[in-house]
Design a binder for this molecule. Structure first.
Ligand code: FE
Length: 463
């Protein structure tokens, strides 16, 4: 199950060494404080033996660390791609009841421990005769923390609630929607049709994981302070700069001195009473040493918690160009709120063996599902090995970031056949400001971050 390459044990050792280095403990001091033999500690740090649970417990007792800090994640994608075939997916089938009746059949599709994408295929077992959002047979959920991208297959009604208002949108094959966390929703098949299904691709954003744990210790009272007014660009920008002013403990008079603005103007900008112009904000950012992008308001683009994209109205283009395209691409639902998540429908146009097929490469985690009725061939390169696998309709897969890959029609599949995949690309933890941070640290230092097993100094000394 676990990875080749660096290996879980080695990553555990590097993680442990990182903790000791951060705490400025050498082997002898750490062993003494933990009450273990120095040799045992060295064996752990050289990945010769496992980290005993007792030792982690002791460390969390005596040092300002958490148990979870000691555990790296598992790499269950050693080849760069994991595939889940339709049959395996069908074997995970379970029917869940709501309101005393069978409501949904769920099936897992391809997932990995490396990415927080939880993609389910769901069949709608409730059949409705109208498009009434208050239809009594519709059973609503309470909403959930994960974002949800939904792709519709068949005639399915999409029910969604936002701030107490319920809506129903009739959907067809190829339609898609982006939905906000904690917005209650439901789905049903329209009468006269065979049960419709959806691909409910839920995924965690930047708040999932470490940020979530940090918020949970800040407590409920702090949440009002964490969340900026997001419905109004002017108020949001003012709140953003007020946050920096508080974080840097700046005074209005000092800001007036730095900017050359009158104190009244500074006060109006901070209070959100004036929109200011682009030059004002740029100047303010520049004199306070804040990147301009931090003062860029994101007003969002969702309406009632959702962004619906009907298949017929979706943007489409050919890749790499119109003259000799390898693919036809269609852009499905997404939002400015999650600028590192993108959903696409990709139709393979070239037949195998094909020369000059465009190669995809993205820094995002990627989930895929074969939505066409023809098989498709996925080819990829990882750690100097080239792989090629045939995917049948309803097979699904996960591709790690930075794995170059291509899709072609396998032999026997004609130019007219429908070889299409749905892909959802989701940013992990190294996006946006983390990516900028990583860029300034640079590749050589980042390599140390993930692999270093030595101390931060040489006891023999260094001149
Ligand atoms: Fe959901």
């Amino acid at each position: 199950m676990d990875d080749i390459g660096l290996g879980y044990k080695l990553r555990t050792a590097a993680t442990f060494r990182g903790i000791l280095n951060d705490l400025k403990r050498n082997d002898e001091v750490a062993a003494e404080e933990l009450g273990v033999d120095t040799q045992l500690l060295r064996d752990i740090l050289s990945a010769k033996c496992d980290l005993p649970p007792d030792l982690i417990r002791r460390a969390a007792e005596i040092w300002p660390v958490n148990e979870r800090d000691f555990f790296p994640i598992h790499d269950d994608v050693p080849d760069g791609v994991v595939i889940m075939h339709r049959e395996e997916s069908a074997s995970t089938s379970r029917v869940l009841r709501r309101g005393g009746r069978d409501y949904y059949e769920y099936r897992d599709t391809a997932m990995s421990r490396v990415a927080m994408i939880r993609p389910e295929w769901i069949k709608m077992l409730n059949v409705v005769e109208d498009n009434d959002p208050l239809n009594k047979t519709v059973q609503w959920n309470n909403g959930h923390f994960l974002y949800q991208f939904t792709y519709f297959i068949g005639d399915v009604n999409y029910y969604y609630e936002w701030h107490g208002t319920k809506s129903c949108e009739p959907m067809h094959t190829g339609d898609s929607v982006f939905g906000m966390p904690y917005a209650p929703h439901s789905f049903a098949t329209r009468k006269g049709n065979s049960p419709g299904s959806i691909l409910a691709l839920t995924y965690g954003g930047r708040l999932c994981g470490d940020a979530q744990h940090e918020l949970s210790v800040l407590g409920v009272d702090s949440m009002e302070k964490v969340a900026l007014p997001s419905t109004d660009a002017q108020r949001m920008r003012a709140a953003q700069i007020r946050r920096f002013v508080a974080d840097m403990s700046l005074s209005v008079d000092h800001l007036a001195g730095l900017t050359g603005f009158r104190p009244e103007k500074i006060q109006a900008l901070l209070a959100g009473q004036t929109p200011g112009d682009g030059d004002d904000w740029r100047h303010l950012a520049s004199v306070t040493g804040i990147p301009e992008r931090e003062l860029e308001p994101n007003v969002g683009d969702v309406t009632n918690g959702v962004r619906i994209v009907k298949g017929a109205a979706a943007q489409r283009w050919r890749l790499p160009d119109d003259a000799d395209p390898s693919y036809e691409v269609k852009r499905l639902a997404g939002s400015r709120i999650m600028p590192y998540s993108h959903s696409l429908e990709i139709a393979a146009l070239k037949c195998s063996p094909a020369e000059g097929v465009h190669t995809f490469e993205t820094g995002l985690h990627q989930y895929g599902y074969v939505i066409g009725d023809a098989p498709i061939e996925l080819e990829w390169e990882h750690r100097n090995a080239r792989h090629r696998r045939r995917l049948d309709p309803q097979d699904s897969f996960y591709i790690k970031p930075f794995v170059p890959h291509r899709y072609v029609k396998p032999p026997g599949v004609s130019a007219d056949d429908d070889a299409r995949v749905l892909v959802l690309r989701v940013g992990g933890k190294v996006i946006s400001d983390a990516l900028i941070e990583a860029s300034f640290i640079g590749a050589p230092a980042l390599s140390r971050l993930i692999s270093e097993t030595s101390m931060w100094y040489d006891p023999k000394g260094k001149n």
